[in-house]
Write a protein that binds this ligand. Structure first.
Ligand code: BGC
Length: 758
């Protein structure tokens, strides 16, 4: 392929327009005259879903490794592992002739009802960004592109093609954009996929502020913005809005509309050229990686098993686990034989092989005998006979292993869940089996949060085994028998009830729009700030060993936001088996100009420790660890003052903490204006300097005894601090040397002059 600028120069208008819309379902357009090849894009995100016919939506797919889905991968908190999985996905993409893998997805889990939560990492942008960047870097290190999706505020499936997400500016910047920003800046994905939905009005596919101002300009994204499949409504408006490549194709109508818009001077050809240049760049990158060959199925399966083992979260353990050589085990639940290992929709992988949980147990059970009872039917119907059989089986053994998964089509792309409950039969089954056999382990395969309050007290242990990928059956056996010490931790809060969730009364909105009414308070930010009890907090996960935290150190007690802060903490394995601990660092702003969450995750480290071993982990906290987005300044700011550094095993289990002082280097313009209250003037240092004497004099006049006698019976000073300075002056008009407007404008001029001088 020639130099990109020369190619753009050589291309006709028709060829340029053609390149900007796909030529088939999974393929871009080739321009043979100029030796521009087509490239193949395929889903993603937790396996390579390469269609056997790239022209067809509904074709079969070549077998590929089905890794645990994103919610499971995130629970590993292991960026090195995600990088390795990314590399492996890259290798499979090469073998299967795929140039760009459509993933990872870093949308926030705003509600546990979102059908696609299994494809997303977390309710927290920091961990989601770290995980997404590691995976994308891994894939791209092999010369295969990624597509970071779905940009942005695609947090529900209900009416996903049209819903208008109404998100205030601060919430957008603090919660819904940062994971994208981290991946864009760090991993430089070849493509970013725009979401289907509208965001505060415009469709994301035409959203200039989102795609151009933020993504391409502020974050420096140099790749291609690709549409989600079918997200384009107006091809010309989308080009103007920053969308480079429309998928899927062919769409002769759209190509023609672009040609005509340029001919009629409605679309600047330079805009089209810019998109063409971006597409040519990734075509060039893609053709530089030769495709074809095979991949090592067994090795990749082993990696999928290791990942599933690290992802499993031991939610509860009364001492049943690890199993102590039981001689008789009752295996209950149809998902022990028909595993539910991935969710529905475009991420669905045709696995190379699937480990059956029951068979994997058998392999590790030694001389123990295993019985099997189905426990619950495939659908949501109720069958007491199956419960009775399971109870009888549980009574006859030392321990019962109860595998539970929702009916296969409940967690899927395309629609949301109605609730977070197991089926009526499953709840009744768990209760009955746990009553009959206290040594019962419940193993849940779900892609997202499940309610458990109805039955959890009776269970001896509970494993959250997620949508565990094709090798999950073996990984569960590894954890049950203790070959793997569980180390996964939740990246989403498990609430007591759906009604407790922060978005509950605003999800999924009305037919036109959904208001993100909870603002920045999603997930643990909400529960911790409001002190609402939960079933399992963000960051929770148990181990077969115990860890002690000590010696929290900070690089300084007074620091500025440019230097940031390095913290270190010693972690000791105080138990008898080797294990891994995920150390989490949260930051609390003691006092801030705008309300902030009680604490926010700003660092984490995963550390492997032998019994008795101690290691020091360090974490770096940068500007953003202390900053928040201020919608009036339209930027991230820090403020002078105290911050608490909280180090712990979960958001609710803080083991050590210390207080540090930040000196902000952010220079902010004064926000004072004609509407600013007396209080605003006094809390702005420059305002205070010019207004304090005048204000105190006026407030003094109002604070006299007569007013109490006059029956106001209130703190007039407090009241007037809430009134605009202008309004206060209006009360004294006759006594003033000039009009209230002139006085306030004069004071504002002084403030702005002082501002320029400092
Ligand atoms: C999904 C994307 C996916 C695309 C191609 C869309 O419906 O939202 O995540 O990559 O289809 O299958």
């Amino acid at each position: 392929m020639q130099d990109i600028d020369q190619l753009v120069e050589a291309m006709t208008l028709e060829e340029k327009a053609t390149l900007c819309t796909g030529s088939a379902f999974w393929v871009t357009a080739a321009i043979e005259r100029l030796d521009i090849s087509a490239i193949v894009l395929s889903d993603g995100p937790h396996g390579v879903r390469r269609s056997t016919d790239v022209n067809e939506m509904m074709a079969e797919h070549f077998p590929a490794t089905c890794f645990p889905t994103a919610s499971a991968l995130a629970a590993t908190w292991n960026t090195a592992l995600l990088h390795e999985i990314g590399q492996t996905l890259g290798e499979e993409a090469i073998a299967l002739n795929v140039d760009v893998l459509l993933g990872p997805g870093v949308n926030m889990k705003r509600s546990p009802r979102c059908g696609r939560n299994f494809e997303y990492f977390a309710e927290d942008p920091f961990i989601a960004g770290e995980m997404g960047a590691a995976l994308a870097e891994g894939v791209q290190s092999k010369g295969v592109g990624t597509s970071l999706k779905h940009f942005a505020a695609n947090n529900q499936e209900t009416r996903r093609f049209t819903i208008n997400a109404i998100v205030d500016e601060r919430t957008l910047h603090e919660i819904y954009l940062p994971a994208f920003e981290t991946v864009v800046k760090r991993a430089k994905p070849w493509t970013v996929m725009c979401a289907y939905n509208r965001l505060n009005g415009p469709y994301c596919s035409e959203h200039h502020e989102l795609l151009v101002d933020i993504l391409k300009q502020a974050w420096g994204f140099e790749g291609v913005v690709v549409s989600d499949w079918g997200a384009v409504h107006d091809r010309v408006a989308a080009l103007r809005g920053g969308l480079d490549l429309e998928m899927p194709g062919p769409k002769a109508r759209r190509v023609q509309s672009v040609i005509e818009a340029v001919q009629r001077n409605e679309l600047d050809e330079a805009v089209l050229d810019e998109s063409v240049r971006r597409i040519l760049r990734i075509v060039k990158q893609a053709t530089a990686t030769p495709k074809g060959g095979t991949f090592d199925v067994a090795k990749h399966h082993a990696l999928a098993r290791r990942a599933a083992g690290e992802a499993i979260v031991l939610l509860k353990n009364d001492g049943v686990l690890p199993l102590q050589q039981p001689s008789k085990i009752a295996v209950i639940g149809r998902s022990a034989k028909q595993p539910q290992y991935q969710g529905g929709g475009s991420s669905h992988i045709t696995a190379t092989r699937v480990d059956i949980p029951f068979d994997e147990l058998q392999k590790q059970a030694g001389d123990a005998t295993l019985s099997y009872s189905e426990g619950y039917p495939a659908g949501a119907e109720f069958d007491q006979k199956l419960i009775d059989e399971a109870v009888a089986a549980a009574q006859a053994v030392d321990v019962a292993l109860l595998y539970v998964a929702l009916p296969g089509n409940i967690e899927s792309e395309g629609y949301d869940r109605n609730d977070i409950a197991l089926t009526e039969q499953q709840i009744a089954l768990i209760k009955a089996v746990c009553t009959a056999q206290p040594q019962t382990v419940v193993i849940l395969n779900s892609g997202s949060v499940m309610a458990m309050s109805a039955w959890i007290d009776g269970a001896g242990a509970v494993l959250q085994a997620w949508f565990m990928g094709q090798a999950g059956g073996g990984a569960i056996a590894d954890v049950l028998f203790g070959a793997v010490n569980p180390s996964g931790k939740l990246t989403e809060t498990f609430p007591l009830r759906l009604a407790d969730t922060p978005s509950h009364i605003n999800f999924p909105g009305n037919p036109r729009e959904v208001h993100y009414g909870e603002g920045i308070f999603i997930g643990y930010r909400y529960y911790e700030t409001k002190d609402i009890p939960v079933l399992f907090p963000f960051g929770h996960g148990l181990s077969y060993t115990t860890f002690d935290y000590s010696n929290l150190q900070t690089s300084a007690t007074l620091f500025d936001d440019v230097d940031g802060l390095t913290i270190s903490v010693d972690v000791t394995n105080t138990g008898t088996v080797a294990g891994q601990e995920i150390v989490q660092c949260y930051v609390r702003d003691v006092e801030s100009g705008l309300m902030r969450p009680d604490k926010e995750l700003k660092g984490f480290a995963k550390v492997a420790l032998d019994p008795g071993e101690t290691k020091t982990v360090t974490m770096k906290l940068d500007f953003r660890a202390f900053a928040y987005y201020h919608p009036l300044y339209k930027q991230w700011i820090t403020e002078d003052g105290e911050f608490e550094i909280l180090v712990g095993a979960s958001s609710a289990d803080i083991r050590l903490q210390t207080t540090v002082s930040l000196r902000s280097t952010v220079m902010l313009p004064s926000l004072l204006n004609r509407e600013s209250t007396g209080g605003d003037w006094l809390s702005d240092p420059r305002g205070q300097a010019v207004v304090a004497p005048l204000l105190e004099q006026m407030l003094g006049a109002f604070n006299g005894e007569e007013h109490e006698n006059g029956g106001l019976n209130m703190d007039t000073r407090q009241m007037f601090l809430q009134v605009s300075l202008l309004g206060m002056l209006e009360f004294q008009e006759g006594a003033l040397p000039a009009s209230p407007d002139e006085i306030v404008d004069g004071l504002l001029a002084q403030v702005h002059e002082n501002q320029t001088n400092t």
